[in-house]
Design a protein around this ligand. Structure first.
Ligand code: 5GP
Ligand code: ZN
Length: 158
C-alpha cells in the first residue's frame, strides 16, 4: 500500500494538486463529483491510500476499516444528495473487463434519476459464443418479443 503515487490522478486530487468538487471527506476516504457524470448525482468515493483495484485493497490490513468508512460515506452522501429515499447504484469497476480506467481503487455512487433494472444498455455486451450466457436470454439484453394471442373462436380473417 502506497501513500501517494505521483502519476495517479486520484492521488493528485486527494493531495489537492488537481481541483475537484469534494462532497465528503474524512481521515480514510475522499468523495468528489465525477468529471463526466452519467446521472444527476455521480460521486466517486476514493480511499486516500493508493491501491490499484478492490482486489489489492482487499489484501491490505486496513481493508476492514477502509470499507467501513466507504459505507459510512455512502450513507452520508446519499442523504446529503437527497437520493437516500429513492435509491441509487453503487459500483466498483474492476480491471479490464470491468471497465476500470483509473487504477486507484474507487466506488461510483450514482443516482438522482430512475436508472432502470438493466445493469448495462441492451446489446452492450457480447459474451463469447461458447459461453452459457450466449445460449440463455438475459434480462435487459434482448428485445422484448410481442405476445401473439390466438384469435378467439368465431372470428374469421378477411
Ligand atoms: P472507472 O472507469 O475507472 O471506474 O472510473 C473513473 C472515473 O473517473 C470516470 O467515471 C471518469 O469520468 C472519472 N474521472 C476521470 N478523470 C477525472 C478527473 O480528473 N476528475 C474527476 N473528478 N473525475 C475524473
Ligand atoms: Zn492513486
Amino acid at each position: 500500500m502506497e501513500e501517494k503515487v505521483h502519476d495517479c490522478i486520484f492521488c493528485r486530487i486527494i493531495a489537492g494538486e488537481i481541483p475537484a468538487e469534494i462532497v465528503y471527506e474524512d481521515d480514510t476516504v475522499v468523495a468528489f463529483r465525477d468529471l463526466y457524470p452519467v446521472a444527476p448525482t455521480h460521486v466517486l468515493i476514493v480511499p486516500r491510500f493508493h491501491t490499484e483495484t478492490i482486489l489489492d485493497l482487499a489484501k491490505t490490513e486496513d481493508v476492514d476499516d477502509t470499507m467501513a468508512r466507504v459505507m459510512f460515506a455512502v450513507s452520508r452522501i446519499a442523504k446529503s444528495e437527497g437520493i437516500a429515499e429513492n435509491g441509487f447504484r453503487f459500483i466498483a469497476n474492476t480491471g479490464r473487463d470491468g471497465g476500470q480506467t483509473i487504477f486507484h481503487t474507487h466506488f461510483h455512487l450514482i443516482g438522482g434519476a430512475p436508472l432502470g433494472e438493466a445493469l448495462l444498455p441492451p446489446g452492450s455486451i457480447k459474451a463469447p459464443d461458447d459461453h452459457p450466457l450466449s445460449q440463455v436470454p438475459s434480462k435487459g439484453n434482448d428485445p422484448v418479443k410481442p405476445i401473439v394471442l390466438p384469435d378467439p373462436p368465431g372470428i374469421a380473417h378477411l
